[in-house]
Ligand binder design. Structure first.
Ligand code: KDG
Length: 339
C-alpha cells in the first residue's frame, strides 16, 4: 500500500509540474531598441533634448521601447549616421541640416546666410507649413523627419586675431560643415574654408591645421572650444536647425499608434531642448569670457559689412535649392517680422 501511495504521489507531482509548465505566462515580448546617434557630447543642448525624448517614448510606450543614446559621433558623424538610416542599419539620428543638402536640396534653404532675423521667427517657420513641407520632402530619401530642434545661430571663433570686419578673416583657415553654401559664404569673405565632420574639429584646432570654426554659443562652450580658440565674434551668420530623423524602413514597420508616440515625443523634446538652448545662449557668452575668450559683439555697421559680403550666395544657390521654397521661407519671415 505504501508503495502505491509513493507511486501515486510521484504521479501527482509529475502532473503538477507538467501542468505548471503548460500554464506558464508567455515570455514578455522583447523590448524594441531604438538607437539615436549625435555628434555633440553629453553636455550639449541637443543631448538634453535626447534625454527628454527617451523619457517620453519609454513612458508613453509603457516600456515596449528602449531608446539608447549615443553621443560624440560614436555611431558616425552626421553624414554617415544619416546614410545608415537610409540603409536601415541605424534607427535614428539628429544631424545639422547642412551636411545633408547633397541628399535633400530643400534643406539648403537654412544655409542661406542671415535668412532668419531671430530664433522666434525661425521656430515659427520650422514648425509651420513650410517646415512641414521640407520634412515631408525627406520621405523620398528614405528618411522620416520628426521635428526641427535648435542648433542655433552660428558664430566665428579663431585662434589668430580678433575679427571685426571681413578683412580680418582674409586667408583664415575656417572649418565649415560639409555644405556648398557655407563654403561659398566664407570664400566670399576672403577666408580659406575647409569642410570637415564635427568629430575632427577639436583636434584640428588643437593641432592648428585650422585657425577657426563656426558654431552656436552652446556648442562653443559645452565642447570646450575656448581651450583652443582665443577669439569669438558674434556674427550669427547662419541659423542651422537639427532635424530629428528616423529610418523610413524602421518607421514603416511601426503601427500608427507607435508612430504617433515617436512624433509626439520629438515635439515635446523639441520644446524642452529649445528652452535649454535659450538658457545656454543667455548665460554662456559671459562664461566664455570667464574662460579667457575675447568675445566681440559687432556694431550694426560692422554686421552689415558681413551681410553685404555674403549676399551673392543667394543668387548663386536659390535656384539649386528651389526658388519656390526660398521664396516661401522669405515670405513667411517677412510676415512674422511685421507683426
Ligand atoms: O550632433 C550634431 C553634430 O553632429 C553637428 O551637426 C554639430 O553643428 C554642428 C557641426 O558644426 O558639425
Amino acid at each position: 500500500a505504501l508503495c502505491i501511495a509513493v507511486v501515486m504521489g510521484l504521479a501527482v507531482l509529475a502532473a503538477g509540474c507538467g501542468g505548471g509548465d503548460k500554464k506558464a505566462a508567455p515570455a514578455a515580448p522583447a523590448k524594441k531598441v531604438i538607437k539615436i546617434s549625435i555628434g555633440l557630447n553629453e553636455q550639449s543642448h541637443e543631448y538634453a533634448g535626447l534625454k527628454k525624448f527617451k523619457e517620453e517614448v519609454e513612458k508613453n510606450s509603457k516600456g515596449r521601447y528602449e531608446v539608447q543614446l549615443y553621443a560624440n559621433a560614436q555611431l558616425g558623424d552626421d553624414v554617415k549616421a544619416t546614410e545608415a538610416l537610409r540603409a536601415g542599419t541605424l534607427e535614428m539620428t539628429a544631424p545639422s541640416t547642412s551636411p545633408l543638402t547633397g541628399m535633400s536640396k530643400e534643406l539648403g534653404v537654412f544655409d542661406l546666410p542671415f535668412i532668419f532675423p531671430n530664433s522666434e521667427v525661425a521656430y515659427k517657420v520650422l514648425d509651420g507649413p513650410v517646415g512641414q513641407k521640407i520634412l515631408d520632402s525627406l520621405q523620398s530619401k528614405g528618411l522620416v523627419g520628426l521635428a526641427f530642434w535648435d542648433n542655433g545661430f552660428r558664430h566665428l571663433t579663431n585662434s589668430v586675431r580678433e575679427v571685426k570686419t571681413p578683412e580680418d578673416v582674409k586667408g583664415m583657415k575656417v572649418r565649415t560643415m560639409q555644405n556648398p553654401m557655407h563654403l561659398a559664404a566664407w570664400k566670399a569673405l576672403g577666408a580659406n574654408p575647409t569642410p570637415m565632420p564635427f568629430s575632427e574639429v577639436f583636434t584640428a584646432m588643437q593641432q592648428k591645421t585650422i585657425d577657426g570654426q563656426e558654431n552656436p554659443v552652446p556648442t562653443i562652450y559645452q565642447q570646450k572650444f575656448y581651450e583652443v580658440q582665443k577669439y569669438c565674434t558674434l556674427t550669427g551668420h547662419i541659423y542651422t536647425p537639427f532635424v530629428v530623423l528616423m529610418s523610413k524602413k524602421v518607421w514603416d514597420g511601426m503601427s500608427k499608434e507607435d508612430q504617433k508616440i515617436f512624433k509626439d515625443a520629438a515635439v515635446v523634446a523639441r520644446d524642452h531642448e529649445r528652452k535649454v538652448s535659450a538658457d545656454m545662449n543667455k548665460s554662456q557668452v559671459e562664461k566664455l569670457r570667464q574662460a579667457g575668450m575675447t568675445v566681440t559683439e559687432l556694431t550694426p555697421a560692422q554686421l552689415k559689412a558681413f551681410q553685404d559680403a555674403v549676399a551673392p550666395v543667394y543668387g548663386e544657390f536659390s535656384g539649386k535649392i528651389g526658388a519656390d521654397i526660398v521664396k516661401a521661407v522669405q515670405e513667411e519671415v517677412k510676415k512674422l517680422t511685421k507683426k
